[in-house]
Design a protein around this ligand. Structure first.
Ligand code: HPA
Ligand code: ZN
Length: 347
């Protein structure tokens, strides 16, 4: 995203940008930068309905989630081979490391690829190799969460889960994404039950554009441990009370909400109110190549718009580890590192 009109102190900016943090809501296909889309299109001889990078970027003016998804699925059409998935994921990990991300749980959408005839093995192997190289060469730990597309049927999701069974050791969880309104979560109760039985953790997008009822449904029917977005919870007091009491985290993506017109301005975003209501709230990038920024851009724009403080930055960073699926002992180490980092920056 373009330069911010900046009233954040340099010390606060350094605290934020260098803070160790976890990213828990990133669609790897949404990290595909326009330049890489064109490079892969050339490498794979895929015809794109855009002449060049500039005209593709011009199409990144979204009015809602669906108008974004149409472009996002078109962008993913250049991914054909294992090395394409590798290149995309490794590029994300490099960016994430630059933003202080030490741990990431990464979404991928296998059906977007299997529907085009790409074997799930190709997708998973490319991504796994990138996460392994990310750990070895970049020092970032990352895990994969396989998402089901909610505009498709539960049978398609069940088929996808079956196809992924040989690769279960490489997956930490399952998620639910794509078009929300008109696709209530209950449709996926059986596939989520099966995934949980296989030892996978459950998360789901809910309350991005859809009503609080969808958040209740992912909690009670899909039995998720974490809500992706969840910002619409602000309209339901008893839901807020439950999320706070059970410490069910929200993975919030402020620039995504702005670009998809959930809020007309970041100053209207409820993220700080949700934090102050006692929820475990995290800041994430969602689809950084499309929404104008990676995780630090999300932090900085949010802090600027809402005039947030160092104590908020520390709280969001701690929540990012609390909300993750890492071991408790490892979480405690990161809380201590965040404290040290804040002290070292004079906070
Ligand atoms: N919402 C739903 N599905 C998605 C998103 C999102 O923000 N990004 C990629 N798939
Ligand atoms: Zn998302």
């Amino acid at each position: 995203m373009s330069a911010i009109s900046n009233t954040l102190s340099p010390a606060l900016q350094r605290l934020i940008t260098q803070m160790p943090k976890a990213e828990l809501h990133i669609h790897i296909e949404g990290s595909l930068e326009p330049e890489l889309i064109f490079e892969l299109a050339k490498r794979n001889q895929v015809n794109l309905p855009f002449d060049d990078v500039a005209s593709l970027k011009n199409a990144y003016a979204f009015k809602d989630l669906q108008s974004f998804l149409d472009i996002y699925y078109a962008g993913a059409s250049v991914l054909l081979k294992e090395e394409d998935f590798y290149d995309m994921a490794y590029a994300y990990l490099q960016k994430a490391v630059g933003d202080g991300v030490v741990y990431a749980e990464i979404f991928f959408d296998p059906q977007t690829h299997t529907e085009r005839g790409i074997p799930i093995q190709t997708v998973i192997q490319g991504l796994v190799r990138a996460t392994q190289d990310g750990a070895t060469y970049l020092g970032i730990e990352s895990k994969l969460i396989m998402c089901f597309l909610r505009h498709l049927s539960q049978d398609s999701a069940l088929e996808t889960l079956k196809a992924a069974e040989p690769y279960l050791e490489h997956l930490i969880g399952v998620g639910l994404d794509s078009s929300e309104v008109g696709h209530p979560p209950e449709k996926f109760t059986d596939v989520f039950a099966r995934a949980r039985k296989l030892g996978l953790k459950a998360v789901a997008h809910a309350g991005e554009e859809g009503p609080p009822a969808y958040i209740w449904s992912v909690l009670d029917q899909l039995k998720v441990l974490r809500i992706d977005h969840g910002v619409q919870a602000i309209h339901d007091q008893s839901l807020i009370a439950r999320l706070a009491k059970e410490r069910i985290p929200l993975t919030v993506c402020p620039l995504s909400n702005l670009k998809l017109c959930v809020y007309d301005d970041l100053s209207l975003h409820p993220i700080k109110r949700l934090l102050d209501l006692g929820l475990c709230v995290t800041i994430n990038s969602d689809d950084p190549a499309y929404f104008g920024g990676y995780i630090n851009d999300n932090y900085l724009h949010t802090f600027q718009a809402l005039q947030l403080k160092a104590s908020d930055a520390i709280a969001f960073a701690k929540c990012s580890f609390e909300a993750s699926f890492m071991q408790e002992s490892q979480k405690n180490l990161w809380y201590a590192k965040i404290e040290q980092h804040a002290l070292a920056h004079g906070f």
